[in-house]
Design a protein around this ligand. Structure first.
Ligand SMILES: [Zn+2]
Length: 320
């Protein structure tokens, strides 16, 4: 019986892998050199055909090459990214189901952001369904958001009544320069082909005394050393860069920011038990019947901080 159940799970897993491969088989790939220093000398960290993750020998930036061609990336997020059954490869299992966990997570970030903010006008770039904006609105901030996925924009507006959430990217943002006191980007920078250009657009939208708040995974943390290619941030389609404290400081300085806070303390997340069970099934290949006794607790939450992400607050500098 046990064998029969495992065989079924193996079959399902094989079918899932085939589905991932076929779903992204049509995405064109491109080969790139190091984004920061232009060197082509690298150490290969992950081989995941057609993708490879490398670490630049010269500057230490982690980058994917071959990677999805830059002009095809936006399409990845517009459909299915926040609701799919292949989240070991890309996106989320069910963003809407876990939205309450995200609100709880973001509430823990509010005090440190409020302590550095010079005013209430806030823009969250890549805001998904608006969980962070909900947490900040509770604290008196005036929420605005940008998001690529139309379904998430609709959820933010209808479910959370966040009327100032718009579909699109920073380069076409519908606000005037020098509008915001705080601009936030959680888990965004590692996705975009030209991070410095995006940071400069953020710079332009901030008031002179404004702060940028961002979070991204840290390639120099202990977890990628321990797990190697199994590290959960090695998602080759979407995570095309992996920063460390030094390379992150470089991109921020080139865009006109000075780091005031960098910590791993604030970078944890609440997970619903349901989400953790899904991850145990797809990442650790544990059979569903083994996880079934924990299903009644699916909507409970636990705080997890593997300390493999950086939370940064950076002040806008006036560039010459
Ligand atoms: Zn480099």
């Amino acid at each position: 019986m046990l064998l029969a159940r495992n065989t079924t799970d193996d079959t399902l897993m094989a079918a899932r892998s085939a589905r991932i491969a076929s779903r992204y088989a049509h995405i064109p790939v491109e080969q790139v050199d190091c984004y920061l220093c232009g060197s082509d000398a690298s150490v290969i960290l992950v081989r995941d055909p057609p993708f490879m993750v490398r670490r630049c020998r010269k500057c230490g930036l982690g980058y994917t090459s071959p990677r999805c061609r830059a002009d095809c990336l936006n399409a990845v997020y517009e459909h299915g990214y926040f609701e799919n059954d292949t989240s070991e490869a890309i996106g989320y299992f069910s963003y809407a189901r876990d939205a309450d966990a995200y609100v709880r997570t973001f509430r823990r970030k509010v005090p440190i952001i409020a302590a550095h903010a010079a005013g209430p006008l806030l823009l969250d770039v890549g805001c998904a369904a608006g969980s962070f904006l909900v947490a900040m609105r509770e604290a008196g901030f005036v929420p605005h958001g940008l998001e690529l996925a139309p379904a998430m924009v609709q959820h933010a507006r209808e479910h959370y009544k966040l009327e100032e959430v718009h579909q699109g990217t920073l380069d076409a943002a519908p606000w005037s320069p020098s509008t915001f006191h705080v601009l936030t980007m959680f888990d965004v920078l590692e996705h975009v082909p030209d991070p410095i250009a995006v940071l400069r657009q953020a710079h332009a939208l901030l008031r002179p005394e404004g702060v940028l708040v961002l979070q991204t995974q840290d390639l120099s943390s202990w977890l990628p050393r321990l797990l190697g290619a199994s590290w959960h941030h090695f998602k080759q389609i979407e995570h095309i860069y992996h920063f460390n404290p030094r390379t992150l400081r470089t991109v921020l300085e080139r865009a006109g920011f000075r780091i005031e806070v960098r910590t791993r303390q604030t970078a944890g997340k609440y997970f619903s038990i349901g989400d953790l069970l899904d991850r145990c099934h797809t990442l650790l290949h544990l059979p569903r019947w083994l996880l079934a006794p924990f299903r009644p607790f699916a909507r409970r939450f636990i705080w997890v901080n593997p300390r493999d992400e950086m939370f940064v607050i950076a002040r806008k500098l006036e560039r010459a």
